[in-house]
Structure formats: C-alpha cells, structure tokens
Design a protein around this ligand. Structure first.
Ligand SMILES: NC(=O)c1ccc[n+]([C@@H]2O[C@H](COP(=O)([O-])OP(=O)(O)OC[C@H]3O[C@@H](n4cnc5c(N)ncnc54)[C@H](OP(=O)(O)O)[C@@H]3O)[C@@H](O)[C@H]2O)c1
Length: 327
C-alpha cells in the first residue's frame, strides 16, 4: 500500500480519545474522520485531535469514500449493528472488544467481512502488547516448562450509575464482557480452549454481573481467573510452569514489563508500549490490510469466536441475560 491508511472512528467516547492519540504515533496511518451521534460532539473531538472530517451521524462516515478502516468504539450491544453497516459499505473494521455480545452475533460480523472481502479484527489489543508477545514466545520455547497454573484477575472500582454502559443491561453491562474477556484471553492464548469451565457470578438485581470468578480446566493445567467492577485488585498475570514462572506486571493487560522467576531469582524485563499500546494493534491492521488479508493470524476470527464462546458458557452458567436477546 503506497498511501497512508485513513481511519475513521465511530463513537467519540472514552476509549476513542486514547485511540486517536495513538493513531498519530503510527507511521502511514492517519485519523481522517470521526462520527458521533451529535455533530457538536464530533466537531469538538475533531478539533481536539486535529481530525479533518467530523460527522454528526454514523451512516455518513461509512459512506465517506476516503475512509479505509473504521475503529468502532461504541457500547458492546451496538457492535453488531454498526459493525454490519461498516462492513457492508466495504470498509475494513477494527471492532472494540468484545466483538459482539454472543457467538451468533460474532458469526454474523465474520460472515459480513467474508462476504464483502474486507478486513475484520476484534480490538484485543493485549494480544499485541510487547511483554505478552515475548512471554508467549518464551513459553513456546520451553523457558518455564509445561504451564500448569495461570492466575489472572481484572478489577476496578466504579460507583454504580444505572445508565452507565457498565451497569446498564440494555447496553450489555457487567464485568464479564467488559473486562472478563482479558483474563479469559490470557488463559486461551497460552493454553487454548479448556475442556471444562466452572464459574460463579455475583449479579446486581438488574441482572448484570458485578463480579465473576472462573476455573478453566485443561487436560494438565488449571487457570483461576476473577474480575469485577466494585473494587481494585493487584492486576497481575501469573503463568506458572514446571521450571519457572512469568509474571506480567500490573496492570497486566497493558503492561510495560514482566518478570521471569526461576529458583527464587527474579529477572525483570522492561518492554514499554508505544503510546498507550493501541499502536501495536493499529500496526497489525495496517500490515494485514497492506497484504490483502481479511483477518490477523495473531487474533483471528476463530479466536474471537472461541473467546465469546467461553463468555456464552459463563453467562449460561450464571443466568446473565440481556433484555435484547435470548441466550
Ligand atoms: N481496549 C480498551 O482498552 C478499552 C477500554 C475501554 C472500553 N473499551 C471498549 O470500547 C467500547 C466503548 O467503551 P468506552 O469506555 O469508550 O465507552 P463510552 O465512553 O461510554 O463511549 C462509548 C461511545 O459510544 C457512543 N454510543 C453509541 N450508542 C450509545 C449508547 N446507546 N449509549 C452510550 N454511548 C453510545 C457514544 O459516542 P457518541 O455520543 O459520540 O455517538 C459514546 O461516547 C466498549 O465496547 C468497551 O468494551 C475498550
């Protein structure tokens, strides 16, 4: 690809701003247009991040012929609806995690990407984090021996606000789909799909999960994972093998460093991200699109399906239902 990749962003919220900053750090990538449900908000965002075009609705940006790829940064429940709009307009899509709220919806997005011959990736940015990339390579290299136990959590504290996307069942609120996907991803990345999942959630009276703990059972290993939105935690990712351990430092999903622990000796490796760390997934989108690929080999369509499949199971086990679907 000789020209730069022109990005559009749908949804001018919290994460969109950080992503906009990171695009400016990546060579050959340009944030060209943004769309909000409100023209004023789109204009203010465009002004702040020096973006050429701003749209006051999501349809118009999908029709802008200059936009190559859309970063979709709206609440989870809307990823299917807006994602289909983007893909059916023949544009590439980087869709915030989770790609959609259940397996059926994720399959619909994948089918639309295949039908339209465009690139689609879930924005599972931790997959491209330099420390996580490195420990994966070292685990595959046998540096800690066979992995027997993974322990990872993801907690933060947010005061209850009924209409906030984190708490609103109509927006697929709750810990599982917002942050639970990260510890599930870590275990899946290293050990693959488990043969059994045991989970237990504490639900709010409105039906969303405030806290969930999970045991993933593998043939010769176990993972213990926990996530919630009412307190903080250590936010470490610990991968323990027969010969040693890797520890991803806090907050492990966006970590800047990791430790290798062997025979009670700890070696620390600093591997800072570029910007916030969204840069690495932006580079992956650029590389895939430049090479005519419709998916990434590092976080493929099947990986997104497997991840949401685990979430579906946990939701079934705990009766987590959203008002707009029957699981
Ligand atoms: N990768 C990460 O590190 C990370 C971190 C946080 C969140 N996320 C993901 O990114 C997505 C957005 O999260 P966020 O924290 O940025 O959320 P947010 O701050 O609430 O922003 C979401 C934006 O979506 C748009 N939107 C469209 N329909 C909406 C509705 N019915 N209610 C509320 N907003 C609506 C709004 O933009 P307009 O008003 O401009 O239309 C809103 O500003 C989620 O899927 C989440 O899982 C990823």
């Amino acid at each position: 690809m000789s020209k730069s990749l022109k990005w559009g962003i749908i949804g001018c919220g919290h994460i969109a701003g950080k992503f906009a900053e990171d695009i400016s750090l990546v060579e050959d990538n340009e944030l060209y247009a943004v769309a909000s449900r409100s023209q004023e908000k789109a204009q203010a965002f465009a002004h702040k991040y020096q973006v050429q075009k701003s749209y006051g609705d999501y349809d118009a940006i999908c029709k802008d012929e200059k936009v190559d790829i859309i970063y979709l940064a709206t609440p989870h429940n809307s990823h299917l609806k807006y994602g289909l709009k983007v893909l059916n307009q023949g544009k590439h899509l980087l869709c915030e995690k989770p790609m959609a709220v259940n397996s059926e919806q994720v399959s619909d997005l994948i089918n639309a990407s295949q039908k339209n011959g465009v690139f689609l990736m879930e924005a599972l940015w931790s997959r491209f984090n330099p420390s996580i990339q490195t420990i994966l390579r070292r685990i595959n290299n046998g540096d800690i021996g066979a992995v027997k136990y993974i322990n990872a959590d993801f907690y933060f504290k947010k005061d209850f606000e009924p209409s906030h996307r984190l708490f609103d069942p109509a927006l697929a609120g709750g810990a599982l789909l917002d942050i639970g996907v990260y510890p599930l991803f870590l275990s899946y990345l290293i050990l693959g799909l488990p043969k059994a999942i045991l989970s237990n959630s504490r639900l709010h009276s409105n039906g969303i999960d405030l806290q969930t703990s999970v045991i993933l059972q593998y043939e010769s290993a176990q993972s213990i994972l926990s996530f919630g939105i009412e307190t903080k935690s250590d936010m470490l990712g610990c991968i323990n093998g027969e010969k040693g351990s890797f520890q991803l430092h806090d907050r492990w999903h966006e970590t800047q460093s990791y430790s290798h622990i062997q025979n009670d000796m700890r070696e620390i490796y600093n591997l800072p991200t570029l910007g916030y760390g969204y840069t690495h997934e932006i580079m992956e989108c650029y590389n895939c699109i430049s090479n005519g690929k419709s998916q990434s080999e590092y976080w493929s369509h099947q990986d997104s399906l497997n991840l949401i499949g685990m979430c579906d199971t946990i939701r079934r086990q705990n009766g987590i239902k959203y008002p707009f679907e029957i699981l």
